[in-house]
Write a protein that binds this ligand. Structure first.
Ligand code: SAH
Length: 352
């Protein structure tokens, strides 16, 4: 810790107050905020409309970006994976996904994950800690810097970690991302994905915002879900679906249920029927994600026909269904492949 002010831990309004206390006039504070949030400029020397004194103050007293890009990999489909180093030697991966006319950041919220879904690489190195607000926001700044010509349109909280397990910091980061004097990205352009921590879904609904909620459902029965997602033992399907119903009642937002399709585990006709029955009556859609290989030897991806068959069955049962063709699988950047490296296990990461 270097004792500098970690400006990205603050909302833009809090930053204004900090700078005004240092004697900055309001419109200079506004210019500083523009450099950081609009232009993603993190080097005070380049903030040419600030006085030399202000630039020196910013250089000496303020830490702007709190993550350092340690490595970068580019997929054949144009997605980019970054390894973001944190101040204490931990590192998390994030992904920038380019679609025609739209750029998406998939960001991380924790160094590691405590939930241990058996098909996911993100918790294989255990759990170290929550990311701070500034560390989450720094990923957005890093992403904006990678899209100099275009805008950052969408943000998905689907990288390493369980966002609702780091609730306070995630909620504040959402405020900053959507704030007019922050990144000014619309609430509906942001998706938070959870493995199903029922009480936190209720808290999330109570924020009273328009964020999108994705729930990693992945199995239509407690028996199968207990086997592949340990979180289900604590919050079984009944409780989870109750929380989802509450979310819908409160926000009127359609919920997306993610469903990673695992060969011979959750892809049968009965699974499709049970899934349709489970979500019946809840305004929702199912996003089927064919399993991406992720250091988990016990699972295999379904073949193409099986994916189509499963989706057709759901459609016939009146379920709205889409298939997520994960991007960046050639560089280990697809769903479930992102990793966390703690100080002691930083081997084999994308830079090596
Ligand atoms: N912890 C949150 C955020 C992670 S989002 C959550 O569980 O929702 C990442 C999404 O990819 C989740 O739906 C996750 O279950 C899914 N996923 C994990 N491993 C995968 C794999 N090997 N193949 C496809 N999807 C996977």
């Amino acid at each position: 810790m270097n004792g500098k002010i970690k400006i990205l831990d603050f909302t833009p309004e809090e930053t204004r107050r900090v700078l005004e206390n240092e004697g900055w006039v309001p419109y200079k504070c506004g210019q500083f905020l523009e450099w950081v949030y609009r232009k993603a400029v993190i080097d005070p020397n380049l903030m040419t409309d600030l006085s030399l004194d202000m630039r020196e103050f910013a250089r000496n007293r303020i830490d702007i970006c709190l993550v350092e890009t340690l490595a970068e990999k580019i997929s054949a489909d144009g997605s980019v994976k970054l390894l973001c180093g944190l101040h204490d030697g931990e590192a998390v991966e994030i992904v920038l996904i380019k679609h025609p006319g739209r750029n998406t950041l998939c960001l991380s919220t924790q160094a590691g994950c405590r939930y241990g879904c058996s098909f996911c690489a993100s918790s294989k190195s255990g759990f170290s800690r929550n990311l701070s607000v500034g560390e989450i926001i720094s990923q957005v700044v890093a992403a904006k810097r990678m899209f100099p010509a275009g805008r950052l349109n969408n943000i998905v909280y689907m990288g390493v970690g369980e966002p609702l397990d780091n609730f306070k910091n995630v909620a504040k980061s959402l405020d900053i991302i959507t704030s007019k004097s922050g990144f000014n990205i619309g609430q509906r352009k942001i998706t938070v994905s959870t493995c199903g921590i029922a009480p936190q879904i209720i808290k999330f609904a109570d924020l009273g915002k328009q964020y999108e909620l994705s729930v990693s459902l992945h199995a239509p029965s407690d028996e199968t879900r207990n086997r592949i997602m340990p979180v289900n033992k604590k919050y079984p399907l009944r409780e989870l679906m109750g929380a989802c119903a509450y979310f819908y009642k409160k926000t009127k937002r359609e919920i997306t249920f993610e469903y990673v399709l695992l060969k011979d585990v959750n892809d049968s006709e009965l699974d499709a029927e049970n899934l349709a029955g489970l979500i019946k009556g809840l305004k929702s859609k199912v996003n089927v994600i064919p399993y991406n290989s992720s250091l988990c030897a016990e699972f295999a991806p379904p073949d193409k026909d099986a994916v189509k068959l499963f989706c057709d069955r759901l459609s016939r049962l009146m379920v709205k269904v889409t298939v997520r063709h994960s991007r960046g699988s050639d560089i280990g950047a697809a769903c479930g492949q992102l990793r966390f490296f703690n100080k002691n296990t930083k081997t084999g990461h994308i830079g090596e």
